[in-house]
Design a protein around this ligand. Sequence first.
Ligand code: NAD
Length: 403
Amino acid sequence: MANFYEEVKTELKEALKVIDKSQYYDLLTKPKQIITVNFPVKMDDGSTRIFTGYRVLHNSTLGPGKGGIRYHFAVCLEEVEALAALMSLKCALLDLPFGGAKGGVEVNPKELSEKELENLTRAFTRAICNNIGPDTDIPAPDVYTNAQTMSWIVDEYSKIKGKFTPAVVTGKPLDLGGAVGRNESTGLGAVYVMEEIMQIEGINKPTIAIQGLGNVGKHFAKFAAERACRVVAVSDSKGGIYNPKGLDLDEVFRVKEETGSVVNCEVEKITNEELLELEVDFLVPAALEDQITKKNANKIKARIVLEAANGPTTPEGEAILIKKGLRVIPDILVNAGGVTGSYFEWYQNKHNEKWTLEKFNSELEKKMKKAAREVYETRLERKVSCRKAALILSIQRILDKIK
Ligand code: NAD
């Protein structure tokens, strides 16, 4: 991840050049606020350990900061800064009244007991409690944090402020003010983007290969299959499976649930590398960053790469794909259904509303398809890649508000 923020900054610099606004480079790359906290946590054996955590508020021009908190041993300030910048761009692209933020704690959560994780979350909340809030900066789950983590933050924050404040975070359990539809919204949002592209590009009943069958990949597969798309390959960290006639997804989900991996299905096995090289309409990387690089980009045969994960294509990889005539639909558009769902949750909390699943999904569909259309229009207008078009739209929204 060492070059991640440099890559984001380079992309921003190039997009600013296209619209002749290079003078705003510092404003868009220097975060508004960076907080580093070292805080004590009581461990099960009675000892106390000091952990380091970060919260970066990248930009709050469009509204309060919005972005997840991740628990990972490799978390570092540079990564958190890059992810916070991407959040500002994602929120602007989807026209949400949020700025961008991100947080993280340097910890291997697999080494901690449930009680220690609770202690850590509460201590981190106390350490940053004056910098988060429903109108300043609103965290959400990210890598190795979940609805339970959000419950602890709500509880600790509410105790400190003397008032039950569910809108301080999103991604909460339903009985604490969470929203129906939020959990599936990243995968479903990506399907809405795909549907809009199918309409624009005249694609029918596409074939799809999905790398990663976690929260995003699984929901993407399910909702895509419901729309007459043919999911021919899926994978997880142990490997992939392939059936050119289309996979029986109910069976795949059952085997994954029961045995921990899709490779235990009675279907042809393929490696993750082979999955990326399949000839399909949509290749959907939904696992990790840096999967399509200058090493394998030449072997990619999909028509369109739909970036459901954050940062799955490196800039060199993307340059090769574009030269070959492939389309790359960028992460800040494709996986923005998650933060859009978070906005719906926050909005319901603030206005004391409870939406039905139908309303939630129909609002999500409107937002995702509009953003996808706008990216395509800007791509044609400016004669740039979809990623650059998405960045230009985001930057312009932030700069217009500043004016
Ligand atoms: P997850 O942990 O639920 O799932 C990740 C999946 O990837 C798992 O199935 C895992 O087995 C698989 N995987 C891990 N290593 C792999 C490898 N080497 N090859 C193939 N598969 C591998 O994560 P998630 O929440 O689904 O997130 C996936 C991506 O989407 C991440 O980049 C994340 O930042 C991004 N994202 C997620 C959300 C969300 O709402 N969950 C929102 C926006 C972006």
